[in-house]
Design a binder for this molecule. Structure first.
Ligand code: HEM
Ligand code: HEM
Length: 229
């Protein structure tokens, strides 16, 4: 394998990030289980929190589910229901809509975290950094839509899906070849995406792994409730 910049960033770095993520989460769960949390700051200020958090989470969960299905479903399978061109339009339109919903929520969360003295005093620099990183990633993702408008035949989407499918099937050389010639905006978005996986064990993002299991399987935890007595 030829170790140029493209290969290091898009064929080697993804495996380093996945390895750090798996081992890091394992060690953190084993040694510092009480730090494993979403780090809710709702107790500090409820106003605007529900709308902000819901917009952000609905947007990001839709986008990530779309990425998972969209990038990893082989062309031969989805052709039973949709053409390549139509799938690209669907990804751009739905991803664009939920991307904007997510951006509105994220901007509100960021504003609250920066301007509310109680929230900023109890949060860590890591909490702020996570929001900034996700914000950059979201803006880069939304920017890919404008790049994709230049080629509506789905050809670039196929290269990016080829990259993702080669990574998960352990074919790094093929992955590097697929992504080598796409526009820099896609490369930046994929690079930041891999970096989010890398830092996940060291941030509150660990709740992505446990939240679906523990939050949906239990009753509501009432953080703050106004009572009339
Ligand atoms: C089913 C999946 C998920 C559940 C149940 C969940 C749940 C939560 C909860 C309970 C909080 C605490 C704040 C609040 O009360 O809203 C939170 C905060 C947060 N979540 Fe999630 N989450 C999920 C998925 C995700 C994903 C996929 C991401 C990003 C990739 C994410 C990023 C964040 C961030 C950045 C915060 C902090 C917001 C702030 O600055 O206050 N979450 N999540
Ligand atoms: C490992 C992580 C990630 C990878 C590999 C990745 C990859 C991609 C690729 C290849 C596209 C272009 C799809 C196409 O043109 O067919 C895309 C689009 C997009 N991404 Fe990501 N992404 C990642 C994480 C994220 C995250 C965390 C967000 C949100 C904060 C995000 C938001 C978007 C948006 C809004 C679009 C445009 C709409 C769409 O095509 O769905 N991505 N992403």
């Amino acid at each position: 394998m030829n170790f140029d910049m493209n290969t290091v960033l898009f064929a080697l770095y993804p495996y380093i990030a996945i390895a750090v993520c798996v081992i890091g989460c394992w060690v953190r769960f084993d040694r510092e289980q009480y730090t494993w949390r979403a780090g809710s700051s709702q107790l500090m200020r409820t106003r605007g929190m529900v709308v902000a958090s819901n917009c952000f989470h609905i947007g990001i969960l839709f986008i990530l589910a779309g990425h998972f299905v969209g990038l990893l479903t082989p062309e031969a399978i989805y052709h039973h229901v949709i053409s390549t061109e139509a799938k690209q339009i669907l990804a751009m339109a739905s991803g664009g809509f939920f991307g904007v919903v997510c951006l509105v929520g994220l901007a509100m969360l960021l504003h609250r975290r920066i301007t509310d003295p109680r929230v900023s005093a109890t949060g860590t620099r890591g909490d702020l950094a996570v929001l900034v990183l996700l914000g950059i990633q979201l803006l880069l993702g939304l920017a890919t839509i404008f790049a994709s408008m230049q080629h509506l035949d789905g050809s670039v989407m196929l290269m990016l899906a080829g990259w993702a499918q080669s990574i998960v099937t352990f074919q790094p050389a093929q992955a590097a070849a697929y992504i080598a010639n796409v526009h820099i905006i896609y490369k930046l978005h994929v690079f930041f995406g891999i970096s989010i996986v890398l830092v996940l064990p060291f941030t509150r993002l660990v709740h992505i792994i446990s939240a679906p299991i523990w939050y949906f399987g239990r009753g509501y935890q009432i953080v703050r409730q106004k009572k009339a007595y």
